[in-house]
Design a protein around this ligand. Structure first.
Ligand code: ADP
Ligand code: MG
Length: 697
């Protein structure tokens, strides 16, 4: 927007396209445009500036461009708590500047980097900027760092804020802008003393809020019913529905698309017209995500069914009606049980206000809350709890140590995490030998921190060369890091199950995932082959990309990547031993009671996830996830031998560490091991046969 009369793009010397001018017209009307001079002036004068502005006022797309006009020497980083906005906003800004994405404007998210040396404005997840700070603690590459969506208070944003605060005195040339939709202003002003605060008042229209008279037992049903009523009996305007996850959203979309036509037929005196029902959630392919921003034909009503991604991060123009289910999926960590789960949890009052605000951006709107007024007043917390108070800190603590922050207790957190959660993280890292007994980083920890995965996975990767299965472990990690590749088709249940059976491995899911990946490779990543075999091609492609990156890191670290895949079952055992080296804190023991397992030390009872490959009941399984729904499930499980436990971390499995049922088992195990170690009584234990483990039933 530097020079509106110019017809040549200063960034690439090409004439501006007609689309550029069309977008420019819209940009000039954004509320933030009026504050441009003030923002530039304050950024020039102060090292840190706080900026609060209504969602949709233009913060994320415009502020980096305002700063770019000031010609900073280095690049501009703009952080986002979520991957989807990082991608979609950078694409939008590339369009606004009429440049190719990846050149002057780019993005970096985990396992995906679309930026280059040319990149002047880079959108990146705050986790990725933290990673960059590990290798470049002064973040010298950047002249300006914009911390966007600070109100979301993800754990990465919080750590980043603390890190940047420490960086400010060391980098007098650095400029920092903290942006947010509903910043708890007082808290941030107290934290960044002397930073001026700019308020951007958006053009908000009034929103009438309606509550349910009685609580709704099923909010998905209620949302579908409400949206249908709006379509039939309200005037023009798009509808935005907030639900919690992919499954709910897909169900609602399908039901709405079909149901509305039927409702129109059977209702008198109602509005009739076509609808475009569109889902929006983070694991949706980018091409489909983009559809929500596209204009629909005149007379068509757009209905977007979204997760809370549409609450502040993305703005969909044209929304007049909001349907708010009152819940969102949130990470919850129980440090006692060491369970981190994504749970459907009531939103906060602040979130509810944000959601209703989405209805009043272009004209007065209406918000239908699928809960009672009383629930809003009494059950909803005023503010969302920051994530740092409710998540597992293992990988965060490892990053902080890697960045040289040793004194975690005195780190200037915006809000310090609970001592118990911190202790849990330190304990885990100590067992994984990433930290020594004094809490200092070990050489192994140093290597582990380089991998953009959880510490358990990183430990498994760095130990895999000892079992000559580095490449295989990288492939398993990749498959565990992407969205579930198996498409379960309810209509063609037998066929999709049959397809999955091809990848079966008798030891369980980890090797089943490896089989799946190897079959994909053997078929050259063919998309038709994926369809025929009920595999999500996008997940598989993503896994291939992750393998490339993990193997790249392993090579850079000088890890031996040779594989010894000669004897099949023996090799499978090696792979499983490597898995246990990383995941020995996630092991469960079979209980005599039907189908049940109990997790070691935390004593959580759970059953195997129904879709597991494992079709027998070994004494011990290693698992990746403990899922809490109506039942407790162990997900991604593999049968393991008890011998491998003691080998992986003797101090973790010391008898004194156990109580009750598990104690007896470990007493026996230690006795047996002692006997085996006595040279005269040495017997061969069959660990290298199928399963290797003594089945309990
Ligand atoms: P904020 O960060 O203040 O919430 P944004 O900068 O994200 O606001 O968006 C400002 C405006 O830019 C939006 O209201 C919308 O009109 C437009 N916009 C943003 N992203 C897109 C997109 N991907 N496609 C079309 N328009 C967009
Ligand atoms: Mg924004």
């Amino acid at each position: 927007m530097t020079d509106t009369s110019s017809t040549v793009n200063p960034y690439n010397g090409k004439p501006f396209s007609s689309k550029y001018f069309k977008i420019l017209e819209g940009r000039q009307k954004l509320p933030i445009t009026e504050a441009k001079d003030q923002i530039q002036r304050l950024v020039r004068r102060y090292q840190t500036v706080l900026l609060v502005g209504e969602t949709g006022s233009g913060k994320t797309t415009q502020v980096p461009q305002f700063v770019l006009e000031m010609n900073p020497e280095g690049a501009i980083a703009c952080t986002q708590p979520r991957r989807v906005p990082a991608m979609s906003v950078s694409e939008r800004v590339a369009e606004e500047m009429d440049v190719t994405l990846g050149d002057e404007v780019g993005y970096t998210i985990r396992f995906d980097d679309v930026s280059s040396d040319k990149t002047r404005i880079k959108y990146l997840t705050d986790g990725m900027l933290l990673r960059e700070a590990m290798t470049d603690p002064l973040l010298k590459k950047y002249s300006v760092i914009i911390l966007d969506e600070a109100h979301e208070r993800t754990v990465h944003t919080d750590i980043l804020i603390g890190t940047i605060k420490e960086l400010i005195p060391k980098r007098p040339d650095l400029r920092v802008i903290v942006m947010s939709a509903t910043l708890e202003e007082k808290k941030f002003q107290k934290y960044f003393v002397d930073a001026p605060l700019i308020h951007i008042s958006g053009r908000m229209f009034g929103v009438e809020v309606y509550y349910c008279r009685a609580p709704e037992s099923n909010y998905v049903e209620a949302a579908i019913r409400t949206a249908t009523q709006i379509h039939l009996y309200e005037g023009p305007g798009d509808i935005l529905i907030f639900l919690c996850g992919e499954d709910e959203i897909e169900t609602a979309c399908e039901r709405l698309q079909n149901g509305i036509v039927i409702a129109e037929h059977s209702s008198a005196n109602c509005h009739k017209g076509p609808v475009a029902v569109l889902p929006l959630y983070s694991s949706l392919p980018p091409q489909q995500q983009k559809k929500v921003f596209r204009a629909v034909p005149e007379g068509t009503r757009k209905i977007v069914v979204a997760t809370n991604i549409a609450e502040t991060s993305l703005t969909i123009d044209g929304v007049v009606f909001v349907v708010d289910c009152g819940f969102s999926k949130q990470k919850v960590f129980n440090p006692k049980l060491r369970i981190e789960s994504l749970l459907v949890t009531p939103i906060s009052q602040a979130s509810a206000r944000q959601r209703s605000g989405r209805a009043g951006r272009t004209r007065p709107g209406k918000c239908f809350r699928l809960y009672t007024r009383k629930a809003y007043d009494t059950l909803l917390q005023p503010q969302t709890h920051p994530e740092i108070l409710r998540c597992n800190l293992g990988s965060i603590v490892l990053h902080m140590k890697k960045m040289g922050i040793d004194d975690l207790v005195h780190f200037d957190f915006v809000e310090p995490p609970s001592p118990e959660t911190l202790m849990r993280a330190l304990e885990l890292l100590n067992y994984l030998k990433a930290l020594d007994d004094d809490g200092f980083m070990t050489p192994a920890g140093d290597q582990m921190a380089v991998f953009p995965v959880e510490p358990e996975m990183a430990a498994m990767l760095i130990h895999s060369p000892e079992y000559k299965c580095g490449t295989e472990i990288a492939k398993i990690c990749a498959m565990m890091s992407v969205q579930n590749p198996f498409i379960q088709n309810n209509k063609e249940f037998t066929r999709s199950n049959y397809a999955k059976e091809q990848f079966y491995h008798q030891t369980g899911d980890h090797l089943g995932l490896l089989n799946t990946y190897l079959a994909y490779e053997a078929n050259d990543g063919n998309i038709d082959w994926c369809h025929e075999n009920y595999l999500n091609h996008r997940s598989m492609k993503q896994a291939q990309n992750v393998v490339r990156q993990l193997v790249g890191i392993m090579r850079r670290l000088g890890l031996d990547m040779s594989s010894d895949s000669s004897a099949d079952m023996q090799f499978a055992n090696h792979i499983r031993r490597a898995i246990v080296r990383g995941f020995f804190t996630k092991v469960a023991l079979a209980l005599p009671t039907k189908n049940q397992f109990i997790t070691l030390k935390d004593d959580v009872k759970a059953i195997l996830w129904p879709a597991t490959f494992l079709n027998r009941r070994p004494q011990f399984v290693v698992f990746n996830e403990l899922v809490l729904t109506s039942n407790q499930y162990l997900r991604t499980v593999t049968a393991i031998s008890d011998d491998w436990l003691l080998e992986s971390c003797p101090e973790y499995f010391a008898v004194d560490e156990f109580e009750g049922v598990t104690r007896q088992v470990f007493e026996q195990l230690h006795r047996r091991q002692k006997a085996e170690q006595a040279p005269s009584k040495k017997r061969a234990r069959a660990v290298d046969v199928v399963g290797g483990d003594s089945d309990s039933d």
